[in-house]
Design a binder for this molecule. Structure first.
Ligand code: 0A1
Ligand code: ZN
Length: 883
């Protein structure tokens, strides 16, 4: 199993490459069993580095021939590297020709060249190119690529690679060829090829300067009717990047290709983006509103990488957030801009913060915590994390906050002026933004700001207010701290932009502003007040920190009802709910079934639900209780089953207490007009779905069958997947007897739609546990004819939905969930280590678990760790967990 290097790589060890590769000519004879790859490079010594042998990376390759300037040469194979010692002296370029073969059909790791549904695809980021040919497989080696593909014409009629198609034609024996030239130099991780039976939707567009471009979305025959939304999203992305950042499309042709076997979401290969089908295919019958909005943001994300990632790339993989944090920030802004109205923008912001707090905050507090720019890794694939992506995006967002929107756009222009065509560092990016805004607080505190890149952990911001009625002065004492993380015991203060406002007791805004906290403690004073105000802090979530302020219920109810900042309005509701959940969880003398929610909370929720001023999408967010994983993070010792039971009990109470309001909400938001995935319509469907779930939950305790019956009817009649799936989920979540027939019917309706079947599997594996029934269901699902471990989407739909998405069912007192987990990690590791390592992280937070869960979890991790021949991917995760 073990392949390649198995030592820790340190950021501090970075050395420029000893050689440059200027051009690469690749010729492929594509065959699933044995593909032949001829690689002809122009190589030269790097004059800035002392002479040394050329060490090319390679993995699972069969080497047939190496020629230097057309002559055979001596070579060694050492630790997955091809070492060439007798190379021409001097700094003139020389020809290096390497002929290898590989076996794409046997490639279950889905890295390098692989086969999916009888088509060929590649995935080269981060270190997949070395599985195609020997190369200096590092992002700072940028070359010009010419690629010739040869394959059987009937079986592989479409042959694609990066850049422009310059030649194509027939060959002997029913084969054909296509030759592609990429006009831009690029690192090897952006190389791609695709060959297979594919069809495409095409669109010609004219850019602002009048230049024509061809956009194409390639899918399997039969899926063409699911490509309209992806194409619309791509066109919107091109227009947005030109309008917001003056960044045009630099290619004549831009292609997206969908594959059902893919480890991640999508990949930004130059001019030839390869996507997981999940982020391309959508029509109203098969995709939910969430799918539509994910497609929009992933298409945007990959397209925006063309500038932030491809034109300017990373010097080394420690700089990953240079492209990922920035590109996530850009896709978030894109989705907000497309959403339109301020309230719809706020909904998107809340959704993004929810992801950060439920996934990234736990990562930052656990054994895999690492800075946005990590200092070391064993396996780089393990660092495609929510910290590098989502926290990295928050860091970029803070820069925009500190220099203003225009200042940020100016900084971006300077960044491209300085670094276009180069491989650079996170420091280079921050420097450009600061240099374009010399008067800004960012430039003034530049070195301190950069701690966001070097220090791991989520800072805590403490705030306490004091009003002096005599002087009329309100003082707000602020302090910041950050807990130790692996390898970082002490933290220095961060630069924390705090957007804030003060409200009076009636909710009128008294003042608003922005304070940039740089010291460990500071006190702000606000004179001229007549009474203690209610502080609205960290508006719009202006920094990725935990805010500790001991809000009273009265203050929170004021903010929930009146705050001009919609984010903090939502946040106030979440705090009210979290405080109640934590109180009930801690008070073990009351069984979850006997929990009673107070009148004030219920009435506040009713007012929001019934408001004629608020959008449905916003109401849905307020009325959704904080996630179990979020609640768990607020506790020192975690009993996931109790958290689940308390949250469920709170939901049932809200269901009953607001019964007629939910019924109203369902009816009022259930019109059956033409389907459109826009923010307003999808918000209405989301609220109707939440209402239906609560109505079915209420029926559960009352024994009433009217609403489950209505849910079944809606499930049958729905004209789109969102409504159909929400109705199915309402039946499954409430555990109603009608769920079984609905599930069966759903499977029969969509048995040929892989992405819909993924939803079907995920819904069952993620359903609320009732008496330990979910693990047996999960095991049964794995025996289903439609289940396969080899397809990452399918594996995730069952195994991850259970182990990571269903804490109440997974953390069983009998440890059977953990045994199941360790078996799956070990099994998956032999097929696809990247996917296995993601699963391995399901027990990251084991140290917080209450006994006996804690001990059992540790044992399960140790069991995985004891397995000989683990991949680097899994070994790194489990050894960090046990450290
Ligand atoms: N750069 C891609 C993410 C990505 C990373 C690795 C992959 O294969 C192992 C695939 C995609 C993005 O940010 O979209
Ligand atoms: Zn990305």
């Amino acid at each position: 199993m073990r392949e390649g290097q198995s030592k820790v790589i340190l950021r501090a060890d970075y050395q420029p490459p000893a050689y440059w590769i200027d051009t690469v000519e690749l010729a492929f004879d594509l065959d699933p069993g044995k593909t032949r790859v001829l690689n002809r490079m122009k190589v030269r010594r790097n004059p800035d580095v002392t002479a040394q042998p050329l060490r090319l990376d390679g993995e699972e390759l069969n080497l047939a021939r190496v020629l230097v300037n057309g002559q055979g040469t001596s070579f060694k194979l050492e630790d997955s590297q091809l070492v060439l010692e007798n190379l021409p002296e001097g700094h003139e370029p020389f020809d290096l020709e390497i002929f290898t073969t590989c076996a794409p059909a046997k490639n279950t790791k889905l890295m390098g060249l692989y086969v999916s549904n009888d088509s060929f695809f590649t995935q080269c980021e981060a270190e997949g190119f070395r599985r195609i040919t020997y190369f200096l497989d590092r992002p700072d080696v940028m070359a010009s690529y010419t690629v010739t593909l040869r394959a059987d014409k009937a079986r592989y009629p479409v042959l694609l690679s990066n850049g422009n198609l310059v030649e194509q034609g027939a060959l002997e024996d029913g084969r054909h060829f296509a030759k592609w030239v990429d006009p831009f130099r690029k690192p090897s991780y952006l190389f791609a090829l695709v060959a297979g039976q594919l069809v495409c939707r095409e669109q010609r567009i004219a850019a602002r300067n009048g230049k024509e471009h061809l956009l194409q979305v390639y899918v399997r025959p039969g899926d063409l009717d699911k490509t309209e939304h992806a194409m619309n999203s791509l066109m919107a992305s091109v227009a947005w990047d030109e309008a917001r950042f003056k960044l045009p499309l630099d290619l004549e042709r831009f292609m997206i290709v969908a594959t059902s076997d893919f480890n991640m979401g999508a990949m930004e290969n130059k001019g030839l983006n390869i996507f997981n089908t999940k982020y391309v295919l959508a029509n109203q019958a098969t995709a939910t509103d969430t799918d539509y909005s994910n497609i929009e943001s992933v298409v945007g994300h990959e397209y925006f990488h063309n500038w932030t990632g491809n034109r300017v790339t990373c010097r080394d993989w420690f700089q990953l957030s240079l492209k990922e944090g920035l590109t996530v920030f850009r896709d978030q802004e894109f989705s907000q801009d497309l959403a339109g109205a301020d309230s719809a923008r706020a909904v998107k912001r809340i959704e993004d913060v929810r992801v950060l707090r439920t996934a990234q905050f736990p990562e930052d507090a656990g054994p895999m915590a690492h800075p946005v720019r990590p200092d070391q890794y064993l396996e780089i694939n393990n660092f495609y994390t929510v910290t590098v992506y989502e926290k990295g995006a928050e860091v970029v967002r803070m820069m925009q906050t500190l220099v203003g929107r225009e200042g940020f756009a100016k900084g971006m222009s300077l960044y491209f002026e300085r670094h276009d065509g180069h491989a650079v560092t996170c420091d280079d990016f921050v420097q450009a933004i600061a240099d374009a805004n010399p008067e800004s607080p960012l430039a003034q505190k530049l070195d301190q700001f950069k701690r966001w890149y070097s220090q791991a952990g989520t800072p805590r911001l403490k705030a306490a207010g004091h009003f002096d009625p005599v002087s009329g002065i309100y003082s707000l004492a602020l302090s910041q701290s950050c807990a130790p993380t692996p390898g970082q015991a002490e933290k220095l203060p961060f630069v924390i932009p705090i957007a804030l406002g003060l409200l009076d007791a009636n909710g009128n805004e008294l003042t608003t502003g922005m304070h940039v906290l740089t010291d460990a403690t500071e006190t702000l004073t606000f004179p001229g007040l007549t009474a203690a105000p209610v502080p609205s802090l960290l508006r719009g979530f202006s920094a990725p920190v935990v805010l500790d302020y001991l809000y009273t219920d009265t203050e929170l109810l004021t903010l929930l009802a009146h705050d001009a900042d919609p984010f903090n309005r939502w946040e106030a509701g979440q705090r009210l709910a979290t405080q109640r959940a934590l109180g009930h969880i801690r008070n073990e003398s009351v069984a979850p079934a006997d929990i009673r929610l107070d009148h004030a909370f219920i009435e506040a929720m009713r007012v929001i639900l019934r408001s004629d001023k608020l959008d449905a999408a916003f109401k849905e967010l307020v009325l959704t209780l904080p996630a179990e994983t979020y609640i768990a993070e607020q506790l020192d010792v975690v009993d996931p089953q109790r958290i689940h039971a308390v949250r469920e009990a709170m939901r049932e109470q809200l269901a009953q207490a607001l019964f007629s309001d939910w019924a109203w909400a369902f009816e009022a938001h259930s019109e059956n007009g033409a389907y459109s995935p826009d923010a307003v319509s999808s918000g209405r469907r989301a609220l109707a779905g939440l209402a239906l779930t609560h109505l079915c939950l209420a029926a559960r305790s009352s024994g009433d069958s009217v609403w489950p019956g209505k849910a079944l009817q809606r499930f049958k009649d729905a004209s789109n997947m969102t409504d159909r799936f929400n109705a199915l989920a309402a039946l499954v979540t409430s555990g109603h007897a009608l769920a079984a027939q609905a599930l069966q019917r759903f499977h029969a309706m969509f048995k040929d739609e892989a992405l819909v079947l993924d939803k079907w599997f995920a819904l069952q594996a993620g359903a609320p546990d009732r008496g330990g029934n979910i693990l047996p269901v999960v095991k049964q699902l794995m025996n289903h004819a439609d289940f396969t471990l080899r397809n990452p989407n399918r594996a995730r739909s069952v195994i991850f939905s259970y182990c990571s998405g269903n804490p109440g069912a997974f953390h069983r007192a009998d440890a059977a969930g953990y045994v199941y987990w360790s078996d799956r990690v070990i099994e998956l590791d032999t097929v696809n280590p990247q996917v296995a390592a993601r699963l391995a992280r399901a027990l990251d937070r084991w140290k917080k678990l209450a006994e006996p869960l804690r001990g059992a979890a540790r044992e399960a991790i140790a069991r995985v760790a004891a397995k000989p021949d683990l991949s680097n991917d899994v070994r790194e995760v489990v050894s960090r967990a046990l450290a």
